[in-house]
Design a protein around this ligand. Sequence first.
Ligand SMILES: [Zn+2]
Ligand SMILES: [Zn+2]
Length: 107
Amino acid sequence: MSNSPPVMKLPFVSAPCACVVRHVPLPAEIERHHIWPAYDQIKKHGKVIDDTRANLCPTAHTNVHAAIRRQLKGENFTLGNVYQRRIAEEGLRKIREIAEPQRQRAD
Ligand SMILES: [Zn+2]
Ligand SMILES: [Zn+2]
């Protein structure tokens, strides 16, 4: 038997936050994070078209968005927590792989 954690598969919509084995103190609320951040979907499509979400504790949610924001700014920033990093990387992949829609030239 291996002690390695199971490979995380998408979507992990109904899985609990797994950033740690046991959250202490237990968060009073779990947040529903869009894997492909909603702000990027709205920017590119005018609305949310992919509602795939992960349940994150407030700390994980803050860290995932901080990592996405900082990496988009070009900072060499990596989360130490594997679960949080995996979700941030998936969000970045979505942001980067789905190009901006072509804009009509105004001139
Ligand atoms: Zn979020
Ligand atoms: Zn957590």
